[in-house]
Design a binder for this molecule. Structure first.
Ligand SMILES: Cc1cc2nc3c(=O)[nH]c(=O)nc-3n(C[C@H](O)[C@H](O)[C@H](O)COP(=O)(O)OP(=O)(O)OC[C@H]3O[C@@H](n4cnc5c(N)ncnc54)[C@H](O)[C@@H]3O)c2cc1C
Length: 365
């Protein structure tokens, strides 16, 4: 016995995780509707992925990449191209943009409903692929993401005429500051995709917005940013970051960490950043979201009932979320050894530029 193919599945969130899930479930013949808060597609969305597993992408797309292996590079890949590729795999009307899923009703029933503009619509299954600050998550677990004690400042800038990418490490009082980058394809030509990892106390970062697609915590680049790059990594590096601020985009990404257990409650399931949050240092957040989606499809294909499929998915996804979290924690120990008490970047700058003074580390925490 297999699961009836006429069941209706809602996917909340149309980023890499949500679209991967929608592709996998649609290929199995299920009736899938995707809801995305953002008003339009992400084909031009900046941001690069360190690497894309083309073998996994092939499995998500039902075994056929239709030339995507030429369009999508395995490394230094632009987010929008991958997104667009996943989007083209769907019946396009099955994704509704500009749709805020406000809540779920009857979450524990066999027919839970998502609420849009105050109106409930029932489904057989609801998938929360709605990112770090998921609306769906509280219907599955009360666990909350924890701030890691450090922030990744990401820079994207056209390569043309800009010397880069930066690369440097500085250990200050046992805390690692690191900058690195790689070239990636952008919508209008090649880009430098770069980052600086630095400790920042919780008080200096805003809580995450709904998810990483919708705005960043801090709007303006603080005055101390380029001087600190200079003090930590030297003149050439600081020049890169000054160019990046001027000609490109620099955005802070406070790193939150989380591993949901369970990822399923009743007929509501989480995947991707809704189920686990990790440092970009793991390079595996999007990859794990896509892997979750594939595992969800496998579970629905192999099981004879929806509860059995979701139980199998839960078992698989919880261990993946935990493994990613552990990797994230190991990476984080170098950047913020005590995640509850990080050192302020302005204090570090002060210390490095007044090197004759001994810094009272206890006082800066
Ligand atoms: C700086 C940085 C660098 C990274 N680099 C890499 C990398 O190199 N490799 C890698 O694998 N991963 C990387 N990641 C992680 C990766 O970007 C995320 O793990 C990935 O985007 C998660 O995908 P997702 O689909 O689960 O969620 P998201 O991409 O967060 O998408 C969630 C979607 O849900 C929508 N949504 C939210 N709430 C609602 C609602 N109520 N109703 C409807 N829609 C809603 C949002 O608008 C959004 O489109 C990086 C992350 C950061 C911050």
């Amino acid at each position: 016995m297999t699961i009836r193919r006429d069941i209706r599945i809602a996917v909340v969130g149309a980023s890499l995780g949500g679209l991967s899930a929608a592709n996998v479930l649609r290929q199995l013949g299920f009736d899938v509707q995707v809801y995305e808060l953002f008003a339009k597609g992400f084909e031009e969305r900046g941001g690069a992925l360190g690497s894309v597993d083309l073998g996994l992408l092939r499995r998500i797309m039902g075994g056929n990449l239709n030339g995507a292996d030429r369009a999508i590079k395995g490394h230094g890949h632009f987010y929008g191209d991958l997104w667009d590729y996943l989007y083209q795999g769907l019946r396009l009307e099955s994704v509704r943009f500009g749709t805020d899923v406000q809540t779920i009703t009857d979450a524990r029933s066999d027919r839970p409903a998502i609420v849009i503009d105050g109106k409930p619509t029932t489904f057989d299954v609801i998938i929360g692929a709605d990112g770090g600050k998921s609306t769906i998550r509280p219907f599955v677990t009360q666990q909350q993401p924890v701030y890691s004690g450090y922030t990744a400042w990401r820079g994207l800038v056209p390569m043309n005429g800009i010397d880069g990418p930066p690369s440097g490490v500085r250990i200050v009082n046992g805390i690692r500051y690191e900058t690195l980058g790689f070239p990636c394809a952008g919508p209008d030509g090649p880009l430098w995709n770069c980052g600086v990892y630095m400790a920042m106390p919780y008080a200096e970062v805003a809580a995450p917005t709904r998810n990483r697609q919708v705005g960043s915590a801090i709007r303006d680049i603080p005055d101390w940013f380029v001087p600190l790059a200079k003090a930590l990594f030297g003149e050439r590096n600081a020049q890169f970051w000054a160019d990046c601020v001027k000609h490109g985009k620099v955005t802070p990404h406070p790193i939150w960490e989380f591993a949901a257990d369970p990822v399923v409650a009743g007929r509501v399931a989480l995947l991707g950043d809704a189920a686990h949050l990790s440092s970009p240092r793991t390079g595996a957040g999007a990859y794990t979201a896509m892997l979750d989606a594939y595992a969800l499809g496998t579970a629905f294909n192999d099981a004879s009932s929806v509860p059995q499929a979701l139980a199998n998915y839960n078992q698989d996804a919880v261990s993946r979320a935990r493994a990613l979290y552990d990797r994230s924690r190991r990476a984080g120990l170098a950047f913020a050894p005590d995640r509850g008490h990080s050192v302020s970047p302005t204090k570090v700058l002060d210390h490095l530029t007044r090197s004759s003074d001994a810094l009272d580390w206890a006082a800066v925490r």
